[in-house]
Design a protein around this ligand. Sequence first.
Ligand code: SF4
Length: 187
Amino acid sequence: MFSSLLLPAGIGLLLVALALGILVLNERRYQRQRLLTERHRALGLPEGELVYEDADGEGEPLSSSAYPLVGKPDYIVQLPDGRPVPIELKLGVHDATIPYSNHSVQVAAYCLILEDYFVEAPTHGILRYADCEFTIEYTPALRKKVIKLLTEMERCSEQQPPPLAKQRVAKCRACVFQPVCPVGRNR
Ligand code: SF4
């Protein structure tokens, strides 16, 4: 009699333990998702999944297979429709009324790199300054401009350096054109 009750009681306990385990897992997953959502909102990122970040300098360098470009955008968010959006922070820039052209080119260069990493091609990036942000449309014209700059830079030499030659070493190390720039290449 006693032993015939043991089996159902054991199964019951097992089921309760399983249910508790599932509850704990669900709660952990929910808390993790909540923290991620809160962080996403606090960073002011567009809706989507944060798939890459380098704001802390820890991101892997991303490179293009078709062009000599290497870069580390501060964030990449993948929109719900699959398009990646690179986000570049330039928080030292104040009171800008339009995006600086070299910053726009940098965002476009990231878009060019991201063509290799996502099925959906990027259509724009975001440039964030201290007090405002701009959407940089990745137009065919801007894409062409990046490729043209790369070609021009390949023709540069130590004697004929690129226009941005007086950059600090740290800037060169973060520059997407470093692989082809005769000034920044060995810095
Ligand atoms: S690598 Fe340095 S010098 Fe060359 S373009 Fe970039 S920032 Fe300018």
